[in-house]
Design a protein around this ligand. Structure first.
Ligand code: C2E
Ligand code: SIN
Ligand code: SIN
Ligand code: FE
Ligand code: FE
Length: 427
């Protein structure tokens, strides 16, 4: 068990880390681990609220973990419970009150909530003491619940949580709240950016960004499964890729209307200017503060590279172009990037983008027949496109077609229905 001094150290260190760790999942797992350590709790979870539901998002359980082989992580099917007074976490979320329950099997009959035995029954775990703290923002909005289970004494016996534990847990709850709010703010900023790009080029970007993002995620998931990427990594990268792909052409906001909205074909000179949209976009994320910034820069910069080295912009130094939007791109080598030099997300979005450009009408061209599109995609394997990813593309054609129906052109994308694009909590 930790001394008072050690408990304070944990809190101080966590506060510093909050500003450094980029990945929300890692940070939340860390907050939960440290919270459990400070109050000596055997288990704990963080629920995230999404309107009327509480999602069981992060969870740890030392006793159940010990029953598993080393290195194997506890897997819970992520499930949700209604955010209402019928459960302990739900009650805490609805009322904004902390619940400190000595034994969930001996609840006062007057309380509106009850303990769901289902979890204990399916896991073979025995829950006794529970401390549930609402994750409350400064505006008194409850965005989730932090819950710790089974406080232990020096001998490992289960005891109730103390008043002191409640005080300590308040600190962890406010750190978790800050981390979640920060992620939410990033998400809002990204959505505004996508909307801004759409205002600039409403004909092409609306449904196009949604389709390109969905195609890209589909290709990534198939590729990742075939390459035995761990499920958790797929889950977090998928969400990051979705947003990054939505912004693949964000750099077009720096291209003049005269070129961007030209009804006919571009001249050689105009096309050279148009090519700058790749690094204009990438420069917006140059600080690479989060996994999202990194992926967005990677996609914006590399989505027009070709597998055979004949794409653009090639090896450029984003930082060397000076402040503002300068046209003096420094090409470090007089060729495009080749094969694996092109980051995975760039290779994926390249396929999604061209497939979508060909299958829809543009200011300068008509939509193509599917047969012609597929011939072009196939012939592009090993030339314009990563041949392995083209195989993945062909194995996902059904999904691509259904995505096309989900986001038809000429239907104004409102951007307001954020739930349809994003899962509740992302980054
Ligand atoms: P976009 O319209 O989103 O097209 C993305 C990519 O799809 C193009 O990248 C190109 O690789 C492919 N693509 C689009 N249409 C065709 C086509 O008819 N045939 C073939 N084989 N491929 C096609 P690219 O060429 O680097 O163009 C980047 C962006 O430049 C385009 O994005 C579009 O905004 C603009 N652009 C390119 N060519 C023209 C043009 O002739 N007229 C106008 N107004 N804009 C153009
Ligand atoms: C170009 O305009 O030179 C290439 C774009 C296209 O293939 O439509
Ligand atoms: C990624 O881009 O995150 C995957 C790694 C790669 O670029 O190959
Ligand atoms: Fe582009
Ligand atoms: Fe595009």
């Amino acid at each position: 068990m930790l001394t008072e001094k050690e408990k304070l150290e944990v809190l101080t260190n966590l506060g510093t880390e909050l500003n450094q760790v980029k990945d929300l999942d890692i940070l939340m797992e860390h907050i939960l681990t440290e919270a459990r350590r400070v109050v000596n709790a055997d288990a704990g979870s963080i629920y995230i609220r999404d309107k009327s539901q509480l999602h069981f998002t992060y969870t740890q359980n030392a006793t159940l973990q010990k029953r598993l082989p080393r290195g194997v992580k506890l897997i819970y099917n992520t499930f949700a419970i209604p955010a209402d007074e019928s459960s302990i976490a739900g009650y805490s979320a609805i009322t904004g009150k902390t619940l400190n329950i000595p034994d969930v099997y001996k609840l006062d009959s007057a309380v509106p909530y009850s303990f769901s035995r289902q979890f204990d029954e399916t896991s073979g775990y025995k829950t006794h003491s529970v401390l549930a703290i609402p994750l409350k923002t400064l505006r008194e909005e409850v965005i989730g619940v932090l819950q710790v289970i089974n406080s232990q004494d020096e001998q490992g016996g289960i005891i109730p949580f103390s008043r002191e534990d409640e005080r300590m847990m308040d600190h962890f709850a406010s750190m978790a709240t800050m981390a979640l709010e920060r992620a939410q703010m990033t998400r809002t900023l990204i959505l505004r950016m996508i909307k801004m790009a759409e205002l600039r080029d409403p004909k092409e970007t609306g449904a196009h960004v949604n389709r390109v993002a969905s195609y890209s995620v589909e290709i990534y998931e198939r590729w990742a499964e075939e390459n035995s990427i761990p499920a958790e990594e797929i889950r977090s990268k998928r969400d990051v890729l979705r947003m990054a792909a939505m912004l693949h052409d964000v750099g077009k906001i720096a291209i003049s209307d005269q070129i961007l909205k030209k009804p006919g074909r571009l001249t050689e000179e105009e096309y050279e200017i148009m090519k700058h949209h790749t690094f204009f976009g990438a420069r917006l994320f140059i600080e690479r503060k989060s996994d999202f910034d990194e992926a967005a820069a990677e996609v914006a910069l590399n989505h027009h590279e070709w597998w055979n080295g004949k794409g653009y912009p090639g090896h450029v130094d984003l930082a060397a172009t000076g402040p503002g939007l300068s046209f003096s791109v420094q090409q470090l080598e007089p060729r495009g990037k080749r094969a694996d030099e092109i980051p995975l997300f760039g290779r994926i979005v390249a396929i999604a983008d061209v497939y979508d450009a060909l299958s829809t009408k543009r200011a300068y061209k008509e939509a193509w027949d599917e047969a012609d599109i597929l011939t072009t995609m196939e012939q592009g394997a090993g030339q314009q496109f990563d041949p392995n990813l083209i195989e993945v593309f062909f194995s996902s054609l059904d999904v691509f077609r259904s995505i096309q129906h989900r986001y038809p052109d000429n239907e104004e994308y409102t951007g307001g229905d954020e739930e349809s694009i994003f899962p509740p909590i992302l980054i």
